[in-house]
Ligand binder design. Structure first.
Ligand SMILES: C[S@@+](CC[C@H](N)C(=O)[O-])C[C@H]1O[C@@H](n2cnc3c(N)ncnc32)[C@H](O)[C@@H]1O
Length: 333
């Protein structure tokens, strides 16, 4: 007890020995070991290349989560579905949910990653977003998913996201009710619970490919450049893509002079694809610039439908009205 021992032939710092002490108390079993700094480490410290290593947890028992995730999210999907617990563990390594990073899953399957993101945001009030990509791969006719009514895998993913959002909305509503009780003021955090679905498709605009045997029909068809099976929303999002604008920009729909007008990104882009446009409606659209005051450049951009104007004179006057208000970027589809 209380002895200091010198042990030769150990340690890699060039000294060739180490000191140990025996226990200090009667009832103690261990003494102390005095370590030096390894020579290699000394060299690294002198050169400024020393690194500090911190062990991270590299074993997690998720066998239960993997075994039980088949029904997770309320949808059946048995081909490689990952448990949200596992995906949330990965996201927790990334950290920084408050910065709103985007989680992208190219092979989304039942959209477990979207589920994980929505749930994690609910837990910590984060602002993470997700992009799920999934081919409309047909469901196996013998699968539980097919029997439950899903025709393809993309449908499973969409339904799962809808269900998760509904559940969180119900929980938020319940939490808000609780918060309204006397003495309770812990209001639930506002969460972004929306999502948009896009399908890959060819352009909505017809290409000029006349049939010279039916020239009259080709010319008449060209006066309406938008493909007949496409909706106004289809064209609107193609315009956003062509401008390189974010598809998640907030959009507002207004009726102006009986025409539907889409105001995108706080007035940065205004789109009106209505027919029978009048200069009165154009004046009102131009007035949106004062209401929204979009930042310059590029200020407010306006897109009309070419066939929306009965004649070139009306179109020219419309452009002039907008120019007078300082709106220079005016286009027609
Ligand atoms: C294992 S599942 C996805 C599981 C999902 N990421 C999860 O965490 O629950 C793989 C998906 O990728 C899709 N897939 C596989 N190969 C593909 C390819 N070459 N191109 C596009 N999609 C593919 C399949 O449709 C399938 O739904």
């Amino acid at each position: 007890m209380g002895c200091l021992y010198k042990v030769e032939g150990i340690g890699d710092d060039g000294l060739g020995y180490r000191y140990f002490t025996g226990p200090r108390r009667e009832d103690a079993t261990k003494g102390k070991f005095f370590s030096g700094v390894p020579t290699e480490r000394r060299r690294e410290l002198a050169a400024g290349t020393a690194k500090k290593y911190k062990p991270i947890l590299n074993f997690k028992n998720m066998s239960d989560a993997f075994g039980n995730c088949r029904h997770e999210g309320g949808v059946e999907f048995s081909s490689g579905k990952k448990p949200t617990e596992f995906l949330q563990f990965i996201l927790s390594i990334v950290g920084g949910g408050e910065y709103g990073y985007t989680v992208l899953d190219f092979f989304a399957g039942s959209c477990s990653a979207a589920h994980a993101v929505l749930d994690l945001n609910k837990q910590d009030g984060g602002n993470r977003k997700f992009i799920m990509v999934q081919l409309p791969e047909p469901c196996d006719k013998d699968s539980e998913a097919f029997k439950a009514g899903y025709k393809n895998i993309a449908d499973i993913g969409k339904e799962r996201i809808r269900r998760v959002i509904k559940k969180i909305q119900a929980e938020q509503a319940q939490a808000a009710k609780q918060a309204a009780l006397p003495g309770m003021d812990d209001k639930p955090k506002a969460l972004d619970l929306g999502f948009k679905v896009f399908k890959l498709a060819s352009s909505n605009i017809k290409t000029w490919d006349p049939d010279f045997n039916q020239l009259e029909h080709s010319l008449v068809s060209a006066t309406e450049p938008i493909k007949p099976d496409r909706s106004e929303a289809d064209v609107l999002y193609e315009i956003l893509l062509k401008y390189g604008l974010d598809l998640t920009l907030p959009t507002e729909k207004r009726e102006i002079g009986g025409k539907t007008v889409h105001i995108i990104g706080g007035g940065g882009l205004v789109v009106c694809l209505a027919k029978n446009m009048t200069l009165d409606v154009v004046e009102k659209i131009a007035a949106l610039k004062d209401e929204f005051k979009p930042e310059t450049p590029p200020g407010m951009r306006v897109v009309f439908k070419d066939a929306g104007f009965a004649g070139d004179e009306l179109k020219t006057n419309a452009v002039q009205i907008l120019k007078q208000r300082g709106i220079e970027d005016v286009r027609a589809v």
